[in-house]
Design a protein around this ligand. Structure first.
Ligand SMILES: [Cu+2]
Length: 447
């Protein structure tokens, strides 16, 4: 699947052919062709980066930014080994991030190449009612094959989202959503050094199948950052001392996601409702992003390392987890495995279990210190004293003596640790005998 901006240029050209108006991306990325001369004002902002995503291009027509979204089926890779036929925009899941500046006028054409009607709702934006995208209420649904026009005047700045508002349960479960970033016309403070955008979502993709199941209500098994799961998530990077902004939108069907940032304290500086005044912020390490919401967090990346950034719901950092299993804690795992193998592989006892097609392990990837037991909504923030460009560096090399390792006999002796003794303060208090219930004659106690 296309994962680069350059690939998106191809999709844009295709879209332009449909429209016949020569759409061209004007939000330049390093290495991209420059915007047409005179077509774009110099941006007063630092472009937002959508890891594993892209930014929607535009062209200026009489001062109006013209954009084109094409809703269509997309074969989307969540991580190497897991591909599903989803619904997205412009060849991507999720759709490209829309980026504009407060005060901009936008004309967004939406072409429906899906087998079902659809609409687009601009979540959090103050638009004219008739452009709000609620099918049946504010507009007729866009039938397959048709192109509708939305005219938006951006009176706000901040972080918003867009998504289908027709048969939402199905269409959002299939992936029809994206982020919408509006930079302030006159920023109150300098822009952060790093500006990342993430969209959280959740999917039900049964192992071996190629279509997400929109009927699933609670048992989601693919939980994504920008449509990707670990180890398929591209890390964030920052130089030590840089101010980092992470904009996190959540359009999951059911779940709220507490996103935890390791090694740093963060502040929530804005929601999709607007900026939070400095006096209203407080320090956090985990930011709950309820579904249908945006939380924008900022911090100074002042600690070098490879820091985990992940949802703190443990079942959300698993891929395609099987549920309804008996509790195996405390079983003899080797004996259990052998018994299962005997059961599955009759004959000579050799393992004859074929790996499922189109499925990935529940968790994990090989890291610098062994296996990383995380999947799903998990990524890495790489903070370094120096970076080469914005490319993710290799694994962090901790200074000598700053990594957890087996305790040496010298260290144990120095600190008086006797491995035969469990330190007294850690012992649970002895249970006290329960007093006899009132009115009860016979003795009943804890011995
Ligand atoms: Cu979660």
């Amino acid at each position: 699947m296309p994962t680069t901006r350059r690939d998106f240029l191809g999709a844009g050209t295709l879209a332009a052919g449909l429209l016949g108006c020569g759409l061209r991306p004007a939000v330049a990325a390093p290495g991209d062709a420059p915007a047409p001369a005179g077509a774009a004002e110099p941006p007063p902002h630092r472009p937002v980066v959508t890891p594993d995503g892209a930014t929607l291009g535009h062209r200026l027509v009489d001062g109006v930014k013209v954009m084109h979204l094409v809703a269509e089926e997309v074969d989307h890779e969540f991580a190497p080994g897991l591909v599903a036929r989803c619904w997205g925009y412009n060849g991507r899941v999720h759709g490209p991030t829309i980026e504009a500046v407060e005060g901009d006028r936008l004309r967004v054409y939406v072409t429906n190449r899906l087998p079902a009607p659809t609409t687009v709702h601009w979540h959090g934006l103050h638009v004219a009612n008739g452009f709000d995208g609620v099918s049946g209420l504010t507009q007729p649904a866009i039938p397959p094959g048709a192109t509708f026009l939305y005219e938006l005047t951006l009176t706000q700045h901040g972080t918003f989202m867009y998504h289908s508002h027709h048969d939402e349960m199905v269409q959002m479960a299939m992936g029809l959503m994206g982020m919408f970033v509006v930079h302030p016309r006159r920023p109150a403070s300098p822009p952060p050094d790093r500006d990342y955008a993430y969209l959280l979502s959740e999917w039900a993709v049964d192992a071996g199948l190629r279509r997400p199941d929109p009927n699933e209500m609670s048992d989601f098994n693919v939980l994504t950052f920008n449509g990707r799961v670990f180890p398929g998530t591209t890390p964030m990077v920052a130089r030590r001392g840089e101010r980092v902004r992470i904009r996190i939108g959540n359009l999951s069907a059911t779940d709220h996601h507490p996103i935890h940032v390791h090694g740093h304290s963060v502040e929530v500086v804005a929601t999709d409702g607007g900026d939070i005044p400095a006096a209203g912020r407080w320090p956090e390490t985990t930011v709950l992003v309820p579904t249908g919401s945006v939380r924008v967090l900022e911090f100074v990346a002042d600690h070098p390392g490879d820091w985990a950034v992940h949802c703190h719901m443990t079942h959300h950092t698993m891929n395609q987890m099987g549920h309804g299993l008996p509790n195996l804690i405390g079983t003899d795992a080797a004996a259990f495995d052998a018994a299962v193998r005997r059961h599955l592989a009759p004959g000579d006892g050799a393992a004859a279990v074929e790996p499922l097609p189109n499925a990935i392990p529940m968790l994990g990837a090989v890291g610098p210190h062994g296996y990383v037991h995380m999947g799903g909504m998990f990524t890495i923030l790489k903070v370094r004293d120096a970076l080469i460009g914005d490319a993710a560096p290799g694994w962090y090399e901790a200074p000598p003596g700053t990594t957890a390792a087996p305790a040496t006999a010298e260290a144990l002796a120095r600190d008086g640790i006797d491995l035969r003794v469990v330190p007294a303060p850690d012992r649970p208090p002895a249970p006290k005998p329960a007093p006899p219930p009132p009115g009860h004659g016979h003795h009943h106690g804890g011995g």
